[in-house]
Ligand binder design. Structure first.
Ligand code: AHR
Length: 519
């Protein structure tokens, strides 16, 4: 009798082990299983994966950061205090500037010296507005100092000269006596700045000069030769990489440039909904479509890395994803060239699944920069004159700060699909890490807007004492923060988690981002 009972249990066990293979979204989701290998972590999740991008575009730089010293909006040397404080809270590690497409039209010498004497230019890419160059090199590097982040400057290959690029780096980083260092001193800055990250052009396959990969590879070699390391300053040179799935671009760059670049920059925007491109007025079909497109980041990284590995087995060239995010229609009544969009719980999910993908690929992805920090595209911060709010995407960056420079813990997930019509995607996205103090953090997304996802997690190689959590969700998938209701979407304490003998059990609410901390 005992033997028969044992066999039944064994057969049931085998059946359950096999279930995830055949599991369909219509089934009850009781077999979502996660294994976390707490004893097998070896790669570090670079904090630079949590980087940002800010361009001279719409109200990102002007109004978003720069209000000028005489503004009634509280500021430090012209840079608004509220925005800096918000960005410090999410520990922004790096900020890319001045573009974007703007970078290949920007002439840095127009942005130094007394502001009233700086020449103006037309921002042809973004609304045809007049750029007064009041925010230039000194102001950007001051902003980075105030935030406490590394600067990442993108140089002009499309319409600039080799000399111009060479002199910009000399101006910023040379300590001795030289024409550019003297000019910098004349403009009030005695000491050179530290500058590590430098991009040699932006989207040179498009707005940065419409080049072929062969032509750009040669241009990169030429321009990069003159991007010098002065004194102790070591520049990490980043080449323009592919547009989404343009694998030929990666192949040519790896073959023709190889290790002359330290990083290759992929750009991928996951777009918007299928039937509506509005940031806030959309249906489940649009929710599904956007998240499915966001998940494509995994395939893109995998395939580009495969090509990179062919030429760089030792993985010395990093993949940098220096523009990513959702791209919706602009908010009604705003300048179409300013790319101002609202940001809902759906965008929070886009950010969270994408960051999980970057974490999982941290052996090759050294940096990523969401587009764009303030008032443009998938922004973390929105401003309206003296008012400032943070978006659901901001809260994801805050929730994920424990992953910064933590050790990635390998995970295996068998989960139900989220099915919509004839299509399906995995309902759950996850990544796990161990921070320097030994605490483990697991970030979960439940992409299914209708069903909760129970997960049984086994943590191998560690015994747990406690599990605590925070969650970001809302009753409506379109929920977002406004200047009148700034806290409609914000993280809450999460209690639906309990420690078990094997690890922990958690039930993820529908359409949610949950971060669990394990001691
Ligand atoms: O982020 C907006 C624009 O998107 C950038 O200027 C450009 O690089 C990309 O096409």
């Amino acid at each position: 009798m005992k033997t028969r009972l044992f066999s039944c249990v064994a057969i049931l066990g085998l059946f359950l082990a096999w279930l995830p293979e055949v599991f369909s979204a219509d089934d009850a989701a009781t077999v979502n299983r996660l294994v976390i290998h707490a004893d097998r972590g070896k790669d570090t999740i670079s904090r630079f994966i949590y980087g940002h991008f800010s361009e001279h575009l719409g109200r990102c730089v002007y109004e978003g950061y720069w209000v000028g010293e005489d503004s009634p909006i509280p500021n430090t040397r012209g840079i608004r205090n509220d925005v800096v404080a918000a960005l410090k809270r999410v520990k922004v590690p790096v900020l890319r500037w001045p573009g974007g497409c703007f970078a290949d039209e920007y002439h840095w010498r127009d942005g130094i010296g007394p502001r009233t004497q700086r020449p103006t230019m037309i921002n042809t890419h973004w609304g045809g507005v007049t750029e007064n160059n009041h925010f230039g090199t000194h102001e950007f590097l001051d902003l980075c100092d105030q935030i406490g982040c590394e600067p990442y400057i993108c140089g002009n290959v499309g319409s600039g000269t080799v000399r111009e690029m060479q002199e910009w780096v000399e101006y910023i980083t040379f300590d001795g006596k030289s024409p550019m260092a003297d000019l910098r001193r004349q403009n009030g800055r005695d000491q050179p700045w530290h500058l590590k990250y430098f991009g040699v052009g932006n989207e040179n396959w498009g707005c940065g000069g419409n080049m072929t990969p062969e032509f750009y590879a040669d241009q990169f070699r030429r321009y990069a030769t003159y991007v010098r390391n002065f004194g102790g300053n070591r520049i990490f040179k980043i080449a323009c990489g592919p547009n989404g799935g343009d694998y030929r671009w990666t192949e040519v760059l790896m073959k023709n440039v190889g290790r002359q670049m330290a990083g290759l920059a992929l750009h991928y925007y996951c777009g918007s909904g299928r039937t509506s491109r509005s940031a806030t007025q959309f249906e489940e079909v649009d929710w599904f479509h956007l998240l499915r497109n966001a998940l494509r980041m995994d395939e893109l990284i995998t395939k580009h890395v495969e090509i990179m590995d062919k030429y760089d087995e030792r993985r010395r060239v990093a993949l940098i994803v220096d523009e990513w995010g959702a791209w919706h229609q602009v908010e009604p009544g705003t300048n179409p060239g300013f790319l101002y969009q609202q940001n809902t719980l759906r965008d929070a999910l886009v950010a969270a699944v994408t960051l999980n993908i970057f974490n999982q690929h941290c052996d090759r992805v050294h940096m990523a920069n969401i587009a764009q920090t303030v008032n443009v595209l998938q922004a973390l911060v929105l401003t309206d004159k003296e008012k400032m709010i943070v978006t659901p995407t901001y809260h994801v960056f805050e929730l994920y700060t424990p992953h910064h420079d933590a050790t990635l813990l390998p995970t295996e997930l068998a989960c139900a699909d989220y099915k919509f019509g004839d299509e399906r995607i995995p309902a759950v996205s996850v990544s796990a890490s161990r921070d320097k103090s030994g605490t483990m953090h697991v970030s979960f997304c439940n992409l299914n807007p209708n069903d909760a996802m129970p997960i049984a997690a086994e943590v191998r190689g560690a015994k747990l004492r406690s599990a605590t959590g925070r969650v970001l969700t809302a009753p409506d998938m379109r929920a977002h923060n406004t200047f009148d209701q700034p806290d409609r979407v914000r993280p809450e304490r999460f209690d639906n988690v309990r420690v078990t003998d094997a690890g922990f059990e958690v039930t993820l609410p529908p359409k949610s981002v949950t971060v669990i901390s394990l001691e």
